[in-house]
Design a protein around this ligand. Structure first.
Ligand code: FAD
Length: 515
C-alpha cells in the first residue's frame, strides 16, 4: 500500500503544479503503517487546498480523516518522531473559512476536523454551571441545535455559525455579544489538545493553564483542539432585532459606547457603515423583510455616509410586554434619525443563523465562492474618529463590495493571558471590511480591494492609530513579531514548549518547520 500511496501522492503534486518538498518513501511508509480508526485520503487534496478567501491554494500530500483523537495524536507523534529531517507539517482544517491559506499545509497533512466531529458526541450538561463538551471540529450551528434541545445556548458568538469550534477559538470569536460576555475565547472552561509532540493534554484555567491560554487565540500554533467545554446560558425563544440609522459618526459611536457600558442594555450591539450602496452584496448581512432598513434607495442619504446601529433584545413569549417597555426606554436614550427605526421579531435560531440566509442567496447567484480580500482591524477608541474621517468617504468612496462592520467592545472582557492580540485601551472597535471580489478587473476585483486595504493599513501605520489586525494574513515572522509586540517572547516560548519542531498550522506563516 505504501507504493500506491506514494504514486498517488506524486501524481497529486504534479497535477497541482506545485513546487514543494516531497516527503520520501520511508516517511510515507511510516505514516501508512499507522493503525487508525479513520483513514488517510489522497483524492480530496484539492479540496483541502481551498478556503473561503479563495486567494491561496497549497496542495497537501494527504488528508487525515480522524476517526478518533488517538488518530490525530498518533499522526502528530509520528511526524514529530520523524524529526528535523522530515519536511512534513500538519494543519488542522476546521471548515476552511480562513482567508489566506491558514488551514492549509503545502506538501503536508491536513487534518479534516469535521470527520472527528462526526464520530464524537456533543454532550450538554445542565445544572448551576451549564456547559457543552463539543468536538473541536464541530460547527457552531450544530452546537446551537443541540444545546437548544435543552433550552440552553452558548453566550458568545460569531456572526456566522458555519465555522468550527476549534477554528474560531484559535482566533478569538467576536460578535455583538462580546461587549458583555467577551469573545468566545472568554467563554471556554476546558480544552483537550493534541500538542505538537503528539501528547493529548486536558487543560483549563486551573490545570495546564499555560497551554490553555496559549491555545485560545493561538492560531493553531500550540496544538490541535479536539474538544472544548463551552459555557452555556438559558436560551431565549425570541429576539427583537432592531436597526436605526445615523448620519453623524460622533453621535453613532457615542450611542454605541453608552450602550456597551450601560448596566441595563441590549443583548447584542453591532453596527455598520453604508457608503453609496447599490447591488446585492449590500444585503450580505441579510435584510429585514418586508421593509429593509438599509436600502439606500428608500432613504435619501444625499450621498452622505450613513451608520447603522444594529441591536437585539432577547425575550420569551410571556415577556413580550416587558421587552417592549425595556426596548422603548433604551431607544428613547438614542439619537438616531427618528424616521429610521426598523425592527422585526424572529426566533433566536433565525437571528443567530442570519448570515447563512445571505450565504444561500449569494450562492444562488454564484457570488459566494469568489475571492474575499477581507480586512479586519481592532482600533482603539482614542483614534476611531481620526480613522473614520480618513477612511469613510475619502479612501472608501462606496461600500458596494461588501459590508463594513464597526462596533465597540470592552477590553475588560478579554483575558490577556490568552494569545489574542488586542489594542491597549479600555474600549476598542472591531472594524471589518468584508469585501467580495467577483470580477477579474475593475471595482469588483481583488486588486481594487487590496489597493484600498493597503491604503487603510498604511494610513493606520503612518498616523499612530494603534491598530491591531484580527485574522491577520501576515506572511513573515517580522510582521508577526511587530503584531505581538511585547507578547512575542511569551508566544515564542510557548511554541518551543508545545510544538518545538513547528509542525502545526504552517499556513499562518509564523514559524518555519525546524529542519
Ligand atoms: P479554519 O479556517 O479551518 O482554521 C483556522 C485556523 O485555525 C487555521 O490555522 C487552522 O489550522 C486552525 N485550526 C482549525 N481548527 C483547529 C483546531 N481544532 N485546533 C487548532 N487549530 C485549528 N470571526 C469572528 O470572530 N467573528 C465573526 O463574526 C466572523 N464571521 C465570519 C463570517 C464568515 C462568512 C466567515 C467566512 C468567517 C467569519 N469569521 C468570523 C472568521 C472565522 O473566525 C475564521 O474564519 C476562523 O478561521 C474559523 O473558521 P474555520 O472553523 O473554518 O477554521
Amino acid at each position: 500500500p505504501s507504493i500506491v500511496y506514494c504514486l498517488k501522492l506524486l501524481m497529486l503534486l504534479a497535477l497541482g503544479g506545485v513546487t514543494m518538498h516531497v516527503p520520501d518513501e520511508d516517511v510515507v511508509a511510516s505514516l501508512g503503517a499507522l493503525r487508525l480508526d479513520g483513514h488517510f485520503s489522497f483524492d480530496d487534496a484539492q479540496a483541502a487546498a481551498r478556503d473561503f478567501g479563495n486567494r491561496c491554494s497549497l496542495l497537501p500530500a494527504a488528508v487525515l480523516h480522524p476517526g478518533s483523537v488517538s488518530d490525530i495524536a498518533a499522526t502528530v507523534r509520528r511526524v514529530f518522531l520523524l524529526g528535523r529531517h522530515s519536511p512534513l507539517t500538519i494543519a488542522a482544517r476546521g471548515h476552511g473559512h480562513s482567508l489566506l491559506g491558514q488551514s492549509q499545509a503545502a506538501g503536508g497533512i491536513v487534518v479534516k476536523m469535521e470527520s472527528l466531529a462526526a464520530t464524537a458526541v456533543l454532550q450538554v450538561h445542565g445544572g448551576p454551571s451549564p456547559h457543552v463538551d463539543a468536538p473541536g471540529g464541530e460547527l457552531w450551528i450544530n452546537v446551537l441545535h443541540e444545546t437548544l434541545k435543552h433550552g440552553l445556548a452558548p453566550r458568545s458568538w460569531t456572526d456566522y455559525l458555519h465555522l468550527t469550534v476549534g477554528g474560531t477559538l484559535s482566533n478569538a470569536g467576536v460578535s455583538g455579544q462580546a461587549f458583555r460576555h467577551g469573545p468566545q475565547v472568554s467563554n471556554v472552561n476546558q480544552l483537550e489538545i493534541v500538542t505538537g509532540r503528539g501528547d493529548v493534554v486536558t487543560c483549563s484555567h486551573e490545570v495546564n493553564s499555560d497551554l490553555f491560554y496559549a491555545a485560545l487565540g493561538g492560531l493553531g500554533q500550540f496544538g490541535i483542539i479536539t474538544r472544548a467545554r463551552i459555557a452555556l446560558e438559558p436560551a431565549p425563544k425570541m429576539v427583537r432585532w432592531i436597526r436605526v440609522l445615523y448620519s453623524d459618526f460622533e453621535t453613532f459611536t457615542e450611542d454605541q459606547e453608552m450602550l456597551i457600558t450601560a448596566e441595563k442594555t441590549f443583548d447584542y450591539i453591532e453596527g455598520f457603515v453604508i457608503i453609496n450602496r447599490t447591488g446585492i452584496l449590500n444585503n450580505w448581512r441579510t435584510s429585514f423583510k418586508p421593509q429593509d432598513p438599509v436600502q439606500a434607495s428608500q432613504f435619501q442619504s444625499d450621498g452622505r455616509v450613513l451608520y447603522c446601529l444594529e441591536l437585539t433584545k432577547n425575550f420569551n413569549h410571556d415577556e413580550a410586554d416587558i421587552m417592549e417597555q425595556e426596548v422603548g426606554a433604551l431607544l428613547s436614550r438614542l439619537r438616531y434619525i427618528s424616521s429610521t427605526l426598523f425592527y422585526t421579531d424572529v426566533t433566536y435560531l433565525e437571528f443567530l443563523d442570519r448570515v447563512h440566509t445571505s450565504e444561500l442567496e449569494l450562492r444562488a447567484q454564484g457570488l459566494w465562492e469568489v475571492p474575499h480580500p477581507w480586512l479586519n482591524l481592532l482600533i482603539p477608541r482614542s483614534t476611531i474618529h481620526k480613522f473614520a474621517r480618513e477612511v469613510f468617504g475619502k479612501i472608501l468612496k462606496d461600500s458596494n463590495n461588501g459590508p463594513i462592520l464597526l462596533y465597540p467592545v470592552n477590553r475588560t472582557k478579554w483575558d490577556n493571558r490568552t494569545s489574542v492580540v488586542i489594542p491597549d485601551e479600555e474600549i476598542f472597535y472591531l472594524v471589518g471590511f468584508l469585501s467580495s471580489a467577483p470580477s477579474s478587473s475593475g471595482p469588483g476585483s481583488v486588486e481594487h480591494a487590496m489597493n484600498l486595504n493597503n491604503q487603510i493599513v498604511d494610513f493606520c501605520e503612518k498616523n499612530g492609530v494603534g491598530m491591531k489586525q484580527y485574522l491577520a494574513p501576515y506572511t513573515t515572522q517580522q510582521q508577526w513579531k511587530a503584531h505581538f509586540g511585547a507578547r512575542w517572547e511569551t508566544f515564542e516560548r510557548r511554541k518551543h514548549t508545545y510544538d518545538p519542531l513547528a509542525i502545526l498550522a504552517p499556513g499562518q506563516r509564523i514559524f518555519p518547520k525546524v529542519s
